[in-house]
Design a protein around this ligand. Structure first.
Ligand code: FRU
Length: 487
């Protein structure tokens, strides 16, 4: 139910329509024209066919992932004017099925504030965005939490009374990425921040109307080993447990773990809405083991929990940058809890992208090449007693990547050469299959039921060439995948 105050604010917004909306609309229209004019200049070589990516310019974190009026909404951190990070906007796409996406006008453009990451909830029929306003006046940096409203899921109006949470409880300027949800009579939000001595933590707030927020507790905190800042937190129930998902900055590498600059991972535990106590039961684990996965956000619909991540990493080379764009989202995955781990599977409708034409099934002999256009899905089940080694590169050369299973170390690895390896032990459930998704510059590997998933950017020249270098013939099925986002 929308609170009386929300209804009041919405009528106020309608009343001041003339002023606020008009300005915003014309600015957004201008921006849409700019985007449409700029698109033809983009070099198509690495452009993705079925992943949401920057229409032009730069994108990072997924934001406002939600279900509203029969469609999924996905927003993203967006800087339209260059393929590097800049004053943050919120770009916007929608989908009926989490696979086929439609471009929408930019939802938020920066004003006094850069529109940093946040989330979306539905209050009655209104979509409410809660996001971080990053304000840097040259002397001070402050991060506070703002609201914006939409009645149609297309046009957004910022709340005149912003901020709704003006500062962090301990005065830390790092106070960002609100993720809100409804439980019982209240709205809850968690916000990423840090302690006075520089340890990442997540703060929990509660509100009855989305405007007045009461600070409740520190939901979770780094003991020093889990980084200096926790970005993009998320918190949800999954198969009877509670999951605190977040993106800690500054965890030191340990063996195979934490080799990316920053991590995205989760802690499984229990939570009590009466005491607001989250009791961790399983230590922090990475959600995805690839080179390029960060700032993941989830949403729930029809009892299923979906997750999407930014398919890049801070300070990693983004080769598409010289082509007029930078950044993408992973495909959406469904999450499930299995023993002490989250499994991630591509959403079911990904199968609807399979083209009939070009389907191959049968024996894939050692040293045999398979060639694809820009997109492919490759499936096989391997014997765990023998090694698997696939070499992927472009038909015309370009970057190389090796995917391996070693029966000795029991590890799966994604090796981009020059020691740029990510690997992890794989203990399959019963299912020993591999499912590989290739797009023009992305690789996603799902092992078994999703116990082990890797998302890595790879840049082949031309279409893909994949060679079976294993000591075993693989019984393979391959598909070409259709485009699911307009050019
Ligand atoms: C995470 C992040 C967020 C912030 C946003 C700014 O990648 O640093 O904490 O809100 O990006 O674009």
């Amino acid at each position: 139910m929308a609170s009386p105050r929300l209804l009041f604010v919405l009528s106020l917004v309608a009343f001041i329509n003339g002023q606020v909306v008009k300005q915003t609309e014309s600015a957004i229209e201008e921006l849409e024209k700019y985007i449409q004019n700029k698109k033809p200049e983009i070099n198509q070589r690495y452009r993705l066919h079925y992943h949401v990516a920057a229409p032009v310019g730069w994108i990072n974190d997924p934001n406002g992932f939600s279900y509203y009026k029969g469609e999924y909404h996905l927003f993203y951190q967006f800087y339209p004017y260059d393929s590097v990070w800049g004053p943050m906007h919120w770009g916007h796409v929608t989908s009926p099925d989490l696979v086929n996406w439609k471009w929408l006008p930019t939802a938020l453009i920066p004003g006094e504030e850069y529109c940093f990451s946040g989330s979306a909830v539905v209050a009655d029929d209104t979509m409410v965005l809660i996001y971080t306003a990053h304000i840097d006046d040259g002397k001070h940096v402050n991060q506070s939490q703002y609201l914006a409203f939409s009645e149609d899921g297309v046009k957004f109006v910022k709340y005149e009374g912003n901020p709704v949470i003006p500062r962090s409880p301990n005065g830390s300027p790092d106070f960002r990425d609100p993720k809100a949800w409804r439980h019982g009579e209240y709205w809850y939000v968690i916000i990423g921040s840090k302690t006075d001595d520089g340890r990442g933590r997540v703060l929990l707030y509660r509100s009855s109307d989305l405007f007045d927020w009461e600070f409740l507790t520190v939901l979770g905190e780094s003991d020093g080993k889990l980084g200096y800042m926790w970005e993009c937190p998320d918190f949800f129930e999954l198969d009877g447990k509670f999951v605190l998902l977040m993106s800690p900055q500054g965890i030191e590498p340990q063996g195979d773990r934490y080799k990316n600059l920053h991590q995205t991972g989760y802690i499984i535990g229990s939570f009590n809405y009466a005491t607001f106590e989250f009791i961790p039961e399983v230590e922090f684990q990475e959600l995805d083991y690839g080179h390029d996965f960060y700032a993941a956000q989830t949403t729930e619909n029809d009892g299923r929990r979906y997750v999407v991540g930014w398919f890049n990493m801070w300070e990693a080379p983004h080769l598409e940058e010289t082509d007029g764009w930078s950044g993408a989202m992973t495909i959406v995955r469904e999450m499930e809890l299995y023993e002490n781990r989250i499994l991630m599977k591509p959403v079911k409708d990904m199968a609807s992208l399979r083209e009939e034409e070009g389907y191959i099934a049968g024996d894939w002999m050692t040293n045999q090449d398979l060639s694809f256009d820009k997109t492919a899905e490759i499936l096989f089940e391997n014997s765990l007693d023998k090694n698997v080694e696939l070499l992927l590169t472009g038909i015309d050369g370009g970057q190389k990547v090796w995917l391996r299973w070693s029966p000795t170390t029991k590890k799966v690895s994604v090796d981009r050469g020059n020691n740029d390896v990510r690997q992890v032990e794989w203990v399959p459930t019963e299912n020993k299959s591999w499912r590989i998704f290739l797009d023009a510059s992305t690789l996603e590997l799902f092992c078994g039921e999703g116990e082990v998933v890797f998302s890595s950017r790879v840049y082949p020249d031309g279409g893909w060439k994949v060679t079976n270098l294993s000591n075993q013939t693989l019984n393979v099925e391959t598909f070409k995948l259709k485009r699911s986002i307009p050019v």
